[in-house]
Ligand binder design. Structure first.
Ligand code: ARG
Length: 456
């Protein structure tokens, strides 16, 4: 296939070089945005009288025909034409003749590809934000439905203090909220129109970049042509925000994997979201969650890839930047599919209330309540902590729980202990009394659910 840039070359490109440099096998994914961008560009060129209205009309018709061909799988992309941009332009010229070549007036592939990625990412970020919102809604309804369930809260994966299952789940609601904010913020930097920066320096043609931007629904245009064609900060930002999303999804997966073990037995994963073993007939494995945990690695890898691709590049465009697409696409696909799968699985998880509450009862999980009881009676917290520690030691040695102790036994540890202590050592009391803002008291958790629901 004759290259559109072949003018100054004597020799043909070697086949292996064509294959090595071609990106169309993956950047064809940008075709819709490439056509959308070209149509806006051509409209602007006509408005500015840089090309004739009639010429713009036939270019736009040609591009729309190409769009239909691609949609109905009748379009052939060729490696020898390098990338999606050249493939479409080449097809346009074949279709409508040399006038098709006017589409590239006042732009270059450098600003064109930057535009396409921005259009692509703008749409994808919005979809991911919607998915995150859906996931948050599911978490809220689970929190509402299971508001009575008490589980052990852990630190160091050791039972620490009882908490509401809803409180635990709402922690993920908060994480996802920050994920969404990060993406919204990133969107501001994506929402900048680079076209018309041309190769790197701008153009001598009287283009109207603001017009192109308004046709494409961008709120800003780039200020510096060299920056515009060599900026991939927004890709790095997006992948970084995605890496954080994956950290959250991976942590949730890890917890559910642990909770689903025979040893914990806190939850049962739905059959439809688990897989069997080829040798051990009894197995029901949490592979979906394991894959989500594992896939976080791809996104972290993509972040490192992008940082590394960009870090040594002199201004302005360098071909290294073609390496941005695969990590970007892979990140989009990974984050979306993980969110999608969790959204489908979550409502079907069974929470085993009795097992959870039994676990919450053990491990002296209300010991801190005793310490705080003493602190409320005026004892310095350090002393209260030490005394409670010796109560726990005594219980372990005597094979008792704190609730088994008599008042006389307890008085042996501190005179401040009265009968009213017993009321504050139950799981329910422990939850009820954690009224501090952001704490696990039922009242507080219900208020947060309400507040969050009204903002969804
Ligand atoms: N396929 C290229 C990329 O993705 C398009 C820009 C090519 N520009 C150039 N001067 N060779 O980066």
């Amino acid at each position: 296939m004759k290259k559109l840039w072949a003018g100054r070359f004597k020799e043909e490109t070697e086949k292996s070089v064509e294959q090595f440099t071609a990106s169309v096998s993956f950047d064809l994914r940008l075709w819709k945005y490439d056509i959308e961008g070209s149509i806006a560009h051509v409209k602007m060129l006509a408005k500015q009288k840089i090309i004739l209205k009639k010429e713009a009309g036939s270019i736009i018709n040609g591009l729309n025909e190409i769009k239909k061909e691609i949609q109905s799988d009748r379009f052939r992309f060729h490696d020898s034409l390098e990338d999606v941009h050249m493939n479409i332009e080449h097809a346009l010229i074949r279709k409508i003749g040399p006038v098709g070549g006017k589409v590239h007036t006042g732009r270059s592939r450098n600003d064109q590809v930057a535009l396409d990625i921005r259009l692509f990412l703008r749409a994808e970020i919005k979809e991911i934000i919607t998915l995150i919102g859906n996931f948050q809604k599911i978490i809220l309804s689970l929190a509402e439905k299971h508001i009575e369930i008490i589980i052990p809260g852990y630190t160091h994966l050791q039972r620490a203090q009882p908490v509401l299952l809803s409180h635990h789940m709402l922690a993920y609601y908060e994480m996802l909220g920050r994920d969404s904010e990060r993406l919204e913020d990133c969107l501001k930097r994506v929402d900048v129109m680079p076209l018309g920066s041309a190769a790197l320096a701008g153009t001598t043609l009287p283009i109207d970049r603001r017009h192109t931007a308004s046709l494409l629904g961008f709120s800003k245009i780039s200020e510096n042509s060299m920056d515009a064609v060599s900026d991939r900060d927004f890709v790095i930002e997006f992948i970084s925000a995605s890496a954080t999303i994956m950290v959250h999804l991976s942590r949730l997966s890890e917890e559910f994997i642990i909770w689903n073990t025979g040893e914990f037995g806190f939850i049962d994963l739905p059959d439809a979201f688990t897989t069997g073993s080829s040798i051990m007939p009894q197995k029901k494995n949490p592979d979906i969650l394991e894959l989500i945990r594992g896939k976080s690695g791809r996104v972290f890898g993509s972040l490192i890839t992008m940082l590394t691709v960009m870090k040594g590049l002199p201004l302005a465009y360098n071909r290294d930047m073609q390496e941005d697409k695969e990590p970007l696409f892979d990140t989009v696909d990974t984050v979306k599919s993980c969110l999608f799968t969790l959204i489908r699985m979550m409502p079907k998880v069974r929470f085993n209330r009795e097992v959870m509450e039994k676990a919450a009862e053990g491990g002296f999980s209300t010991a801190t309540n005793l310490a705080e009881y003493l602190a409320k009676k005026g004892l310095p917290f350090r002393d209260a902590h030490r005394i409670t520690g010796s109560v726990v030691k005594y219980c372990i040695e005597a094979g008792k729980t704190m609730k088994d102790l008599t008042l006389t036994e307890l008085k042996g540890f501190s005179d401040l202990i009265e009968n009213d202590l017993f009321g504050s050592l139950t799981l329910q009391a422990s939850i009820r009394d954690k009224k501090s803002y952001g704490g696990t008291s039922k009242k507080r958790v219900i208020a947060r659910i309400k507040e969050s629901k009204s903002r969804q």
